[in-house]
Design a protein around this ligand. Structure first.
Ligand code: ZN
Ligand code: ZN
Length: 105
């Protein structure tokens, strides 16, 4: 999880990106979350959730969820996910996030 200062910086940066890129979108709840897959450590751009299948002994429980980066999202969902990341300009968020990370170690 990033600091509150960094989260605010990310939010501000996202507003700037949005002005020039109307298709840009990263869900607000991703802001500040870090991808946990294989100690990846990149800023998350997606949230994935478990589907609770028919017959689960605890069907009313909350499904498991995780915030992941584009690379790991694409490893799960493949080519379609790659296209989605491209259309939504997630490369711009990655650039923004790495700048924010560098500014406040
Ligand atoms: Zn990752
Ligand atoms: Zn993405």
């Amino acid at each position: 999880m990033r600091s509150l200062d960094q989260q605010q910086e990310l939010k501000k940066g996202m507003d700037e990106i949005k002005k020039e890129n109307p298709n840009f979108h990263v869900g607000e709840s991703c802001i500040g979350e870090i991808c946990p897959v294989d100690n990846c450590g990149k800023d998350a751009t997606h949230k994935v959730g478990e589907e609770i299948l028919y017959g689960d002994p605890s069907p009313d429980r909350h499904n498991l969820t995780s915030y992941v980066c584009c690379e790991h999202y694409q490893k799960i969902f493949g080519k379609v996910a790659e296209l989605q990341c491209k259309v939504r300009k997630h490369d711009l968020y990655e650039k923004l996030a790495s700048g924010v990370a560098d500014s406040k170690p």
